[in-house]
Design a protein around this ligand. Structure first.
Ligand code: NAP
Length: 341
């Protein structure tokens, strides 16, 4: 059996629509009929800048929702016909989303509640996984995971870049963890959205006195910061705002700035951690997370992003990646349905 896929034939090459052999699930896997897949900045980076992928041809797309088509022999948690969402991987084309079928280990998938569409569910996995690792893994901020109730070890957290997908999901995770004050930076047009998500203090990211405004609120008390944008200037600002008297932690999602000459010295033990938001790599945290997230989605503690559906199915992946690469996607997720054309 074969299926239609959006294929990247070699590094930085144009995408084309072709056929791939449909894989059979291993004993611990599900074969998924992919009904919705969302585009991410990393897909655009691979398409236009290269890197990340070690073998071609390949398939991109790691934000995935669909319907269980077949189950491996040892899977008991899911049934054929269940609606699920999950994070695919860029390291195996059989496990990526811009195609009609893909595989996922059952322990890394979660049910979609009836109140949530597949287009909505597929907007969540990549961004929330970065937040889960960023906030709750020892390689990030190291806050205990709030799977059984609030765990926040401090009153406040700073999240740089609230309207980004990573920022939105991190604000919701910080609220679940029980932070009383959730501070974020944003263009002012996103203030209503960020308030709904749980931000308590929203700072205009273009203000010339941004640092002074945030410092007036955090004073010397900021121990936890997560930078969902991670440009050199946002990282340096977030690090500078950490406490000068107690060791704090900053988790960032892109490479650390090369020039740190303007960065103030912080107490011994202060950490500046680059995180890798991968379901596969950190299964000790991702397995319990995927077992919990459906409940958070059902109760509204986690909500999906605003969806912009690209009507041309896999044919539109190419155009969507161009928009992402040009920085023209604002507080929304571009979604394709691989069975549409
Ligand atoms: N390390 C990891 O594991 C990992 C995982 C996933 C993603 N990432 C990376 O994380 C980054 C964010 O991904 P994403 O999907 O969240 O991106 P995104 O949603 O496409 O980011 C765009 C948004 O960021 C906002 N923004 C840009 N610069 C900002 C600034 N200086 N201050 C505040 N907001 C700012 C924009 O605001 P406006 O709407 O106001 O323009 C826009 O809404 C990407 O570079 C991605 O590659 C890393």
């Amino acid at each position: 059996m074969s299926h239609v896929a959006c294929i990247l034939p070699y590094e930085k090459a144009p995408l084309y629509i072709g056929l791939r052999k449909t894989p059979a699930p291993a004993s611990n896997q599900l074969l998924i009929k992919v009904t919705s897949a969302a585009l991410n900045p990393i897909d655009a980076e691979i398409r236009f800048k290269g890197g990340w992928v070690d073998r071609y041809p390949t398939v991109l797309g790691t934000d995935i929702a669909g319907i269980v088509e077949q189950i491996g022999s040892s899977v008991t948690r899911f049934r054929v016909g269940d609606r699920v969402f999950f994070q695919g991987t860029l390291h195996d084309p059989n496990c990526a989303g811009f195609q009609e079928y893909c595989l996922i280990p059952a322990e890394f998938a979660a049910w979609i509640p009836t109140s949530v569409s597949e287009d909505e569910a597929c907007t969540i996995p990549v961004a929330i996984m970065a937040g889960v690792i960023g906030l709750f893994h020892h390689s990030g901020l190291g806050i205990p995971p709030p799977f059984h109730g609030p765990t926040a070890p401090a009153e406040m957290i700073l999240i740089m870049g609230g309207p980004s997908q990573l920022g939105q999901r991190a604000i919701q995770l910080a609220r679940i963890a029980g932070f009383r004050y959730i501070l974020t930076t944003s263009s002012l047009r996103h203030v209503p959205l960020l308030k709904r998500l749980g931000a308590t203090h929203i700072f205009d990211r273009s203000a010339s006195d941004l640092e002074a405004q945030i410092r007036a609120v955090v004073r010397d008390d900021l121990i936890y910061a997560y930078d969902a944008v991670s440009a050199p200037d946002t990282q340096i600002l977030a690090y500078s705002l950490l406490s000068d008297s107690r060791p704090g932690r900053l988790a960032v999602v892109l490479d650390l700035p090369k020039d740190k000459s303007s960065v103030p010295v912080k107490p011994v033990g202060t950490k500046w951690n680059l995180i890798y938001g991968s379901t596969n790599r950190w299964s000790e945290l991702s397995v319990p997370f995927w077992g919990k997230v459906s409940e958070w989605l059902e109760t509204g503690a986690i909500t999906p992003a605003r969806v912009t559906l690209l009507e041309g199915g896999l044919n539109d992946v190419s155009q969507g990646l161009k928009l992402l690469w040009a920085g023209q996607v604002s507080a929304e997720k571009l979604v394709v349905r691989p069975w549409d054309d």
